[in-house]
Design a protein around this ligand. Structure first.
Ligand code: MCN
Length: 787
């Protein structure tokens, strides 16, 4: 419920405070920064997927007008771009981890690989001069599909002797095989999870700067986690100690995962800045984003689901090939393993599960987390095979889900694939969604559509996700090379206004609003007295950043803990001034009151006392009112829910129209329902984009055929219906706010609902399968083939 005093507390649909600057064009993005004496970098990229660099002649480029410097891999001898997660193969051997130089050394491994950097007075000069660089390539055969790569005919990294990065498993295969052998029915499915290009609205950018007076480097960058970039780049690539490296991620126009990683361009501009003696700005052109931002998904899976005669799931076996691209991006190995296979129980009681994941190097752009990361892949697989099992056994698709749901009274629930879910009520989200989507009225709508010559279908997805990415001990045991806690500092100023420094980074999620709401709620302060600061390693104590829908559940909880420390100290100050004991001080609606009396002090008075300590408990307390907290949760959070999609297909053209989409999500306590709704809208739009429109396509020579918005179809407003969005929550059991994440639920839950709806619509015409993206051409072809 909205807080009684301020009306801006937990549960209030407060308008986003950051939107004023964004909507009036006053945002401050990396490309808006213009440092004194700034120069510009252009990165020359490989036109080949796989080639030896026999020589690079930079003489003409160096002599070109305005050029300050040209560097190649030979010049830039620094550390390798590191991978933050180590996976071990099932035989215990560590994954292959080939070096990843910021500028290619000896070989290029994908179209877009960085070959040289030109730095000039203007961007146009740098770009023009780059045309004069003469690279002598010996083009090699490339491995662009995973199957070609696994045949090891052409090695992406010669030194490791294979294109198999790791061969990992979870679960007991013999137990699963035995269950499958004795099952009444086994459903089998082959699935491709299409490769996606993230396409944040703001392309990546970086400005590197060096101050010779202090020896301090500054990197301004489009990042979701500036402290992580400081750590990775400082410690592993450029050997700059943290106290000499400041990383600032100012306003960032969307990331969707693609701005988590430490990219070569960040290291290049930082390393080169002292060499040219001027700040250096690099901004990606959109075409560069397509071939240099980490791509997402790209799984090929075979799955088998064993059922007993009543439709109860007995076992699930999954074999997945996951494309890593040419190099290991920062978190790539954890996506198909710990973010994918551990989720394969979904919302169901499947007692035994085995998954095998083969991660494969190919001559393509590195692949890493993209909104959902591993969990959309798992959800797509589970919800597709469950629907197929329903059709094969003749059990209704809703009924089969109900029969297998983890019951609401079974929490905490230990799955066979490591995770322990803390709370959920899948029957409740299903019931609510079924009602909102008017499932009962579907048959009539289908008949009416048929009268208009349209094929109408309805698809379900009763998904689960694991997010709020944390427990450091757990992720550490799973291969993370970092802890995944979060930190917050609450600085109360002498007049009682508050600045919060959070280690999370907001790039569209609205933390400046929701985090201020948390403080407003707890301290009874108006929103305008609270400022949320993030994204600058020189201001914020530390932070692991924003991804895995962790900011509220981990960062928000850290913030609450710091606020509670403020209240504790403030009570002691108030007790001293009011001549009472701290235990007798009550804090409510922004006032400290001696219980049972009318003696009280406002929050602002206590703050002033802390900084003007004329009457202060010096023996017990230090002056000032500024507290920090680090929070490392006990578990992930487990949002879940039900998405129902209704489509109409024109059989003459194959065009799919999403006519209705219902999302009922359990995200724990809701801090801001308007922001939550926006998060679900965005995620569902991306999920529908994956299901119907988007796919990164490479040709056999490793050229990206979908390298622009002319070929890569992003969803637009007129591709989407008005969504029906609701929440139906159970509280998270292990954080005090009771919150679960919401940032990815839309992208995770929706794709299988869409494809299940498409198959449902086409079923009577004899079509039995459909892959993503379900383009008009694919649908039309399938309809012709089925006739
Ligand atoms: N929230 C809430 N109540 C809840 C849960 C969340 O009010 N029960 C609010 C939070 O306070 C926050 C927002 O919803 O303002 C999202 O919170 P959370 O689920 O914690 O996710 P994060 O803030 O950690 O954001 C990361 C998540 C991810 S992983 C991707 S990818 C993604 C996403 O958020 N990328 C985005 N949403 C995005 N939205 C925009 N506009 N741009 C991106 O790049």
């Amino acid at each position: 419920m909205p807080d009684g005093t301020t009306g801006t507390g937990i549960g209030a649909a407060v308008k986003r405070v950051e939107d004023f600057r964004f909507l009036t064009g006053k945002g401050n993005y990396t490309d808006d920064l213009n440092r004194p004496g700034q120069s510009y970098a252009y990165i020359l990229r490989s036109p080949h997927a796989h080639a030896k660099i026999k020589s690079i002649d930079t003489a003409a480029a160096k002599a070109a007008k305005g050029v300050l410097a040209v560097f190649t891999g030979e010049d830039m001898q620094v550390g390798s771009l590191p991978c933050g997660w180590q996976v071990h193969s099932k035989d215990g051997t560590p994954m292959h981890e080939p070096g990843h130089p910021p500028l290619a050394q000896g070989k290029v491994r994908y179209v877009g690989d960085q070959v040289a950097v030109v730095i000039a007075d203007t961007y146009a000069q740098a770009k023009d001069a780059a045309e004069q660089i003469n690279v002598d390539y010996e083009v090699l055969q490339s491995a662009t599909t995973m199957d070609a790569a696994l045949a090891d005919k052409s090695l992406v990294h010669d030194e490791i002797g294979t294109n198999l990065c790791f061969d990992w498993e979870i679960g007991d295969e013999s137990e699963v095989d035995a269950a499958i052998a004795s099952a009444a029915h086994v459903t089998k499915i082959d699935l491709v999870n299409n490769r996606l290009v993230p396409n944040a609205m703001e392309p990546r950018a970086a400005v590197g700067e060096f101050d010779p007076a202090t020896g301090e480097y500054t990197l301004y960058t489009t990042s979701q986690n500036p402290h992580v970039i400081r750590l990775l780049m400082g410690a592993f690539v450029l050997s700059i100690p943290e106290h000499k490296l400041r990383v600032v991620a100012p306003d960032v126009g969307g990331g969707f995962g693609s701005k988590i990683y430490h990219y070569a361009e960040e290291a290049i501009v930082t390393w080169a800045a002292p060499k040219v003696g001027r700040p250096i700005k690099w901004v990606a052109e959109r075409a560069e984003s397509f071939v240099s931002d980490a791509h997402g998904r790209d799984h090929i899976s075979h799955a088998e689901l064993a059922l007993d005669k009543d439709g109860k799931f007995l076992a699930l076996k999954v074999q997945t090939k996951a494309n890593m691209g040419a190099y290991l991006s920062t978190f790539a190995p954890c996506v198909p393993t710990y973010l994918h296979a551990t989720l394969l129980a979904g919302t169901y009681t499947t007692p035994v599960i085995h998954a095998n994941v083969k991660a494969v190097f190919t001559n393509t752009v590195p692949v890493d987390a993209y909104r959902g990361a591993g969990r959309p892949e798992a959800t797509y697989l589970i919800e597709r095979i469950v629907d197929q099992a329903a059709r094969e056994t003749g059990i209704d698709k809703v009924e089969i889900r109900r029969r297998n749901f983890i019951p609401a009274d079974a929490f905490p629930y230990q799955t066979p694939v490591a995770l322990q879910y803390d709370s959920g009520d899948y029957e409740a989200t299903l019931a609510s969604a079924t009602k909102i989507a008017d499932v009962d009225g579907f048959a009539a709508r289908k008949a009416e559509a048929a009268g208009r010559g349209k094929l109408r279908g309805m698809g379900f997805s009763t998904y689960l996700e694991a997010c709020g990415i944390a427990p450091s001990a757990v992720v550490g045991s799973l291969g993370a090379r970092a802890g995944l806690y979060e930190s917050a500092e609450v600085r109360v100023h002498p007049t009682g206004s508050v600045t919060v420094f959070t280690g999370t980074h907001s790039h569209g999620q609205g933390h400046e609003t929701t985090f201020a709401q948390l403080v407003s709620d707890r301290l009874g302060l108006p929103m305008e007295n609270i400022e949320i600061s993030h994204g600058d390693t020189n201001k914020v104590q530390f932070g692991m950043g924003t991804y895995g829908s962790r900011s509220l559940a981990v960062g928000g909880e850290a913030l609450i803990r710091a606020v509670d420390k403020i209240i504790d100290k403030a009570k002691k100050i108030a007790a001293h001034v009011l001549e009472a004991s701290a235990e007798d001080i009550e804090f409510k609606d922004g006032n400290f009151t001696v219980a049972g009396t009318d003696r009280s002090m406002a929050f602002g008075e206590v703050a002033l006392t802390a900084y003007v300590p004329h009457n202060f408990p010096h023996d017990e307390l230090e002056p000032g009112l500024d507290e920090k907290a680090f929070y490392d949760p006990a578990n992930f959070t487990y949002p879940g829910g039900c998405h129902i999609c209704e489509v109409e297909i024109d059989p003459d053209t194959g065009i799919v129209e999403v006519v209705n989409f219902t999302a009922v999500d359990d995200i724990g306590r809701v801090i801001n329902p308007m922001i939550v709704e926006g998060q679900v809208h965005g995620g569902v739009a991306q999920g529908i984009g994956q299901a119907l429109l988007e796919q990164a396509v490479y040709d056999e020579n490793g050229q990206l055929m979908t390298g622009s918005f002319m070929d890569y179809t992003m969803p637009r407003a007129d591709d989407l219906p008005s969504f029906n969005v609701a929440t139906q929550s159970t509280l998270c059991a292990h954080n005090t706010l009771g919150v679960k994440g919401v940032g990815e639920v839309g992208a995770i839950g929706s794709p299988p609902a869409v494809i299940n709806a498409v198959i449902d619509a086409l079923w009577d015409k004899g079509v039995r399968d459909m892959s993503m993206p379900a383009t008009p051409e694919k649908i039309w072809t399938a309809l012709q083939a089925a006739e």
